[in-house]
Design a protein. Sequence first.
Lengths: 198, 269
Amino acid sequence: MILSRLIISAVSICGFLFATEGSGHGDPVHEGGWMEKWLSFDPGLFMWTIVTFFIVLAILKWKAWGPLIEALDKREEDIRNALSSAEKAREEADKVAGEYEEMIRKAQSEAQKIVAESKAAGERVRAEIKVTAEKEAGDILEKAKKQIQSEKANAIQEIRSTVVEFSLQAASKVIEKNLDSEDNRRLIKETIDGIGKA
Amino acid sequence: MSEQHDESLGEIILHHVTNDLNYKFLDLHLFGYDISITKHVIMLWIAAAVTVGFAIWATRRYRENIDAQPKGLSHIFELLMNFIREDIVNPNIGVIHGKMWTPLITTYFIFILICNFLGMIPFFNLIPGGSSTVTGNFNTTAGLACITFFAIIIAGTMKHGFLGYWKNMIPGNVPAPVLLILIPIEILGMFVRPFALTMRLGANMTAGHIGMLAIFALPIILSSAAVGIVSILLNTGIYFLEMIVSFVQAYVFTLLSAVFIGMAIHTEH
């Protein structure tokens, strides 16, 4: 405002100086050629132009340009801020996405490791069970074989003794003689043994 | 007979491009100077009212809400303000000093543009008292250039101080004999700049009107209807040309004012 007042006062002084100069030429408005008429000095219009322009300038600066410039500057600032925050958000998103990817990769490799470990453990358990089972089966078989063998031997023994008894009784009945001597018993036994071998 | 005819036509043309100082709407005097309200003063006020009206209307949203979206006329004013700041003020005056001068430069452009355009609307010829193009009058353009003249001095003084500004007019490292020539040239240059602004705008805004009126006078001089049709077509073209001239002259006055103010601030260039 001080500036405007300064300019107005300076200009009005200048205007009056010009006007004094102009008035020295007599009255060019009514006389002279067209050029003179065209270029005639008119202090009124000169002054009114300056006054009107400053009034317009003052009103516009106060009511129009001020708010308009403020709004434009604010919008520029807002856009700049929005752009930088968008850039920041993008970087943040990139970072997070990278972290997630890393996490997924880690999880996948871990899962693979777990699966592989489980497989190996299963394999081991299977092999152990197989070995144990085979061993147990072998044992059982062996035991059964032994039992059969001993049962067989027992049975043969029993049969033999029974056959000797029966033979003796039959022979004694047939011979009607006590053949319970040592020689006879040996003879018979040898005979029966011979039968068993045959 | 013919000469009288031409003379009267010349008078009519002159009447249409000058302000009739004898036709006063209100007779006013101040300190012995005639400051009567003539047609050009009326046109000046109409232009001022239109300028203020448009600008206030276009920026009403921003006064209520600083975050308002541009709409309709606000778009044009935003565009205008951006253009003046980015292409006229900032490159010539600089961003820091430009803040102070942007309102003045913007007002120059819009006010001169509206003055130019109002002069092209035939309706205003219904107001008696001469031409309606106020920027075609050298007193108006001199008034505007006078503001530039003092703006240059104020801009320089604010930046370099009162003495500093006048010292900057004299270039350093120059021998004394050269200074003898340079100082008058610099002082002359100080006055030539606003004088050139005055003449450029005034003459350009008058020339088109004289041209159009002269072409319209042709069918009257030649008494031919065919020439009349040709002159109407020709003048339609010139009218569009004049619209461009109106823009260009408002732009040139604005740009040169900014350049001169910038020169006073950035003396090293």
